[in-house]
Design a protein around this ligand. Structure first.
Ligand SMILES: Cc1ncc(COP(=O)(O)O)c(C=O)c1O
Length: 386
């Protein structure tokens, strides 16, 4: 419904005179989203194509903040090598951003995780010390509130302490997890998000919003403008204290009216509907975990922190898992993904759709069990269960 509407209104959200209403709507969406994380009026941000772009834009902003001459000189200076820290469970968009920005993936440290797949803070500190001792320049930590595989939540408060002490930019890759802040149950775990310099999140994952709608929030919006504002004589821009020119907040000039999708979902359904939907997905993930724990030949691979559920057929080989997953997908029941954790192979379900039901979850676990047993993946490895 909203996508054809968007296409027909064709607002170009670059400078406010071309799209004054859109500028106001985008600002109110950003203010609302920032408020969820405790950001104040100094904060700002921009709607993006997704979480990967939001993280790329965040690291760009961090780079300009760290190296004031970056706009003119790029990284073509004799200054020390910059280093980015993230966890071994981070999304590859962090490496991609480092590669695109000229930092280089050799300068991204993937800090080991603890038994719950969260970044180990003492290992982070040790890596920073080692890099400083070797003459490199630590500059940014990307923590993840909701990792892509298991949904683990890095210890954001402890990482923020390190970043404060070490004067490092803290970015949160919340593309999957940040919007679980909407759940009362997660509020405490997400309280330290307000201390991050920037947060990437994805309304197109949890806010009833069709693709594409990602978002970057930055605690000090002046830093966004420092990275992205360029003056151009061919743009007739008039200043207005109430209006923002979104071309100054990101790399795009022409851009679509993504904020309308988030704003209209919020206006139509209200924030309580979002909260209920998020809680519903958390409940379903817990339900799935309970079913798996009650099935003798299945086992969870990781604690269920949000709505990603990683599990495996006990003792089954990698080939068994691949075959069972392919059959489940092939018969059209559900599209689960592979999970790799600690060198072990399994499967991953992730509940993000508010229309998913307990019946869907039962169907998936039931079909997986049936397929695994028919293929012998269970019988070969766990005779005692049959
Ligand atoms: C933690 C994390 N970061 C980044 C992304 C990429 O987000 P997008 O597909 O919106 O670029 C995802 C996608 O699932 C994710 O889970």
């Amino acid at each position: 419904m909203i996508t054809p509407l968007l296409s027909s209104c064709r607002q170009n959200c670059n400078f406010w005179q071309l799209s004054p209403a859109a500028s106001v709507v985008e600002r109110s969406v950003i203010t609302w989203l920032g408020g969820l994380f405790g950001y104040d009026e100094r904060a700002g941000g921009i709607l993006t194509g997704g979480g990967s772009i939001a993280t790329l834009n965040a690291l760009t902003t961090a780079l300009h903040a760290r190296r004031p001459g970056f706009r003119e000189q790029g990284l073509q200076t004799p200054a020390p090598r910059l280093v980015v820290y993230t966890s071994a469970e981070a999304h590859r968009c962090v490496d991609k951003a480092a590669a695109l920005l000229g930092i280089g993936t050799d300068n991204v440290r993937h800090i080991p995780t603890d038994g719950r797949y969260r970044m180990r803070v003492e290992a982070l500190e040790a890596a920073i010390r080692a890099d400083r001792a070797a003459g490199r320049e630590p500059f940014c930590v990307v923590a993840t509130p909701g990792t892509v595989t298991s949904g683990s939540i890095d210890p954001i408060g402890d990482i923020a302490d390190v970043c404060e002490r070490e004067e490092l930019w803290l970015h949160l890759d919340g593309a999957y997890g940040a919007l679980f802040v909407l759940s009362e149950r997660k509020r405490e775990e997400f309280a330290a998000c307000a201390r991050a310099d920037s947060i990437a999140l994805d309304p197109h994952k949890l806010l009833f919003t069709p693709l594409e709608a990602g978002c970057l929030l930055v605690r000090d919006r002046g830093l966004l403008a420092k990275a992205y504002a360029f003056s151009a004589s061919y743009l007739t821009v008039e200043e207005d204290p109430l209006m923002l020119d979104y071309m100054d907040y990101g790399p795009q000039l022409s851009r679509s009216f993504k904020a309308l999708k988030v704003w209209s979902a919020l206006r139509t359904f209200g924030v309580d509907a979002f909260r209920q939907a998020v809680d519903h997905t958390l409940d379903l993930a817990r339900y799935m975990a309970d079913l798996i724990e009650a099935t003798p030949w299945l086992e969870l691979m990781a604690p269920v922190s949000l709505t990603a559920v990683c599990f495996r057929i006990k003792g089954a080989s990698e080939a068994d898992h691949t075959a069972v997953l392919a059959e489940l997908i092939g018969e059209g029941t559900a599209l689960l993904g592979p999970a790799h954790l600690d060198g072990r192979r399994g499967m991953r379900a992730c509940v993000t759709n508010y229309r998913t039901t307990r019946g869907d979850i039962e169907l998936i676990v039931g079909r997986l069990s049936a397929i695994a047993r028919r293929r012998g993946a269970v019988a070969r490895t766990s005779d005692e269960f049959l």
